[in-house]
Design a protein around this ligand. Structure first.
Ligand code: BEZ
Length: 211
């Protein structure tokens, strides 16, 4: 059955370009991003893995560990990673799972048979330190993902987890956030010393609390 938000992310052991990993052990107490690609040596995927490598410091700042999945074998991965490093001017050092037996693709429902019988779609899961699925996005093979959007969502998820706030439409880091409905205005005034702007009883803003 397909995974949904709030489900436990399935654990797995896999061969990767960084050695064999147990997914849970690899993540430890970090946040995780698990994302799939249609295949090695494909142009859009090459740019996506390059962009992910480029954002290494941004992921580290947010305590996020990244794992990529591709259904090709390890020896193919090795040559492709060299190409990515060369063409995207990066150093891919996050694990790229060699999922030839489609174990991970099946666990995470990354093959959508009506899109392709064999290739994984562009699935991306954000997994919290509690190993619960916090975000699922699915893109078609022909559209590269926006990794700045992925970082933006991680920021939002971490604000919710740590500060009981939500983020409005098109929010970007630094802008005001929304007090979640579960917090009363009275409690919000205590909790958010920078102030609470009450537009409607259900629509309350506060400056981003972790700045
Ligand atoms: C790619 O991964 O680069 C790709 C796959 C299918 C269609 C177009 C691009």
């Amino acid at each position: 059955m397909a995974l949904r938000l709030g489900d436990m992310a399935p654990n797995f052991k896999a061969q990767t370009t960084a050695g064999e990993i147990d997914f849970y052990e690899y993540l430890g107490n970090s946040w995780g991003i698990l994302f799939s690609h249609p295949a090695d040596y494909t142009p859009v995927c090459t740019t996506e893995l390059g962009k992910t490598a480029l954002l290494k410091d941004e992921f580290a700042k947010r305590n996020v560990k990244v794992v990529a999945v591709s259904v090709d074998p390890l020896d193919r991965h090795a040559g492709w990673v060299r190409d990515i490093n060369e063409t995207q001017n990066v150093e891919v050092d996050f694990p790229l799972v060699a999922d030839s037996d489609r174990n991970v693709a099946t666990l995470y429902d990354m093959i959508h048979p009506n899109a392709s019988a064999t290739a994984t779609v562009r699935s991306l899961f954000v997994i919290g330190p509690d190993k619960l699925v916090k975000l699922i996005i699915t893109y078609p093979a022909s559209t590269g993902r926006n990794f700045n959007e992925v970082l933006r969502v991680v920021d939002s998820l971490q604000l919710t987890a740590n500060h009981s706030v939500a983020t409005p439409a098109d929010w970007i880091h630094g802008e005001d956030v929304i007090v979640v409905p579960a917090v009363s205005t009275e409690d919000a005034l205590q909790k958010f010393p920078k102030g609470v702007k009450v537009v409607k009883p259900y629509l309350r803003y506060t400056p981003q609390p972790n700045l």
